[in-house]
Write a protein that binds this ligand. Structure first.
Ligand code: NAP
Length: 270
């Protein structure tokens, strides 16, 4: 998805850049990170699962937000100096604020406590009033909640519990926004949802970070229940746009990037 999106953007702006996919074996990470990324012809890279944390030890500098999040998804090569950034959290925050408005008094329920949750919760915690993290493995949720609460930039009251019907039902009653950061509902398990449909209601904003399929079961159920919805594609495109701007110093052509991604997702849905 990222290659299609970024190459469409380079073409639109008329930049002679090309985004290529590189498969990296764990034992090659160090060599690839240092040799290939510092090549003067390489401007940067995206880093994906499972290397978002492992790459950090090979970088010369890490942006403050990426270091707080503890993961890097974008690298810039500045004359052989490698700097790491995280554009996932800022992209999610932007998408949520555009859809919901100010988060000042918002109570947000987040499902999942993995890498995506870490980036998203970090940014939400700096803006919202309350964040409840529910996760299959409770100790991961508690660790994330304790960590966020310890940061000086955290303004939200952050709490954690295990992901069970009862905790979900209670938390959803109080929440203004639901964010799914678990892979539940992702292709090919498209009939699954992390939330029973009867718990969804109008007045709620439901944001599913899963973007394949575009309309997950959770989002279809939310729509049916009269809730507002936000698809994961917006976050995907915004993180791509933020990364494009880091690499090129140019404003990203977001509409072109969105079109490129939507074309693929629509083709997959047919
Ligand atoms: P991750 O680090 O592996 O974390 C996955 C999280 O989901 C963990 O908290 C895990 O719980 C939980 N989980 C996994 N399977 C589950 C299940 N069957 N039932 C309940 N909980 C389950 O993965 P990640 O990097 O956070 O990515 C998660 C999802 O976010 C991806 O699948 C992707 O769709 C989405 N994402 C979207 C974007 C975007 O731009 N839209 C960007 C990044 C990620 P445990 O702690 O119990 O293992």
């Amino acid at each position: 998805m990222s290659a299609v999106m970024q190459n469409a953007a380079f073409r639109e702006i008329g930049l002679d850049f090309s985004y290529e996919l590189l498969e990296v074996k764990p034992e090659d990470l160090r060599r690839k990170a240092l040799d290939e990324l510092t090549d003067p012809r390489v401007r940067g890279a995206n880093v994906t699962i499972p290397y978002k944390v492992a790459i950090m030890q090979y970088l010369d500098e890490i942006d403050l937000e990426a270091s707080r999040i503890g993961a890097v998804n974008a690298v810039v090569n500045d004359g052989g100096i490698l700097k790491g950034y995280n554009t996932d959290g800022v992209a999610a925050l932007r998408a949520v604020v555009e859809t919901y408005g100010s988060l000042r008094d918002a109570r947000i329920l987040v499902l999942g406590a993995g890498g995506a949750a870490r980036a998203i919760c970090y940014k939400l915690a700096g803006n919202a009033s309350e964040i409840m993290i529910l996760n299959r493995t409770i100790k991961h949720a508690v660790a994330l909640s304790d960590y966020l609460s310890s940061l000086p930039e955290c303004r939200a009251d952050v709490t954690a519990d295990s992901l069970r019907y009862e905790s979900l039902s209670n938390s959803l009653r109080e929440a203004d926004i639901l964010v799914n950061t678990t892979p539940v509902g992702m292709y090919p398990e498209t009939e699954s949802s992390p939330v029973e449909s009867k718990l969804l209601r109008s007045g709620l904003l439901v944001f599913d970070t899963v973007y394949n399929p575009l309309m997950t079961k959770l989002l279809l159920d939310a729509k049916e229940a009269g809730a507002k919805i936000l698809t994961g594609v917006r976050m995907l495109v915004y993180q791509g746009a933020a990364t494009f701007e880091l690499w090129t110093g140019r404003k990203a052509p977001e509409a072109v990037m969105m079109d490129a991604v939507m074309k693929i997702l629509k083709r997959k849905a047919d």
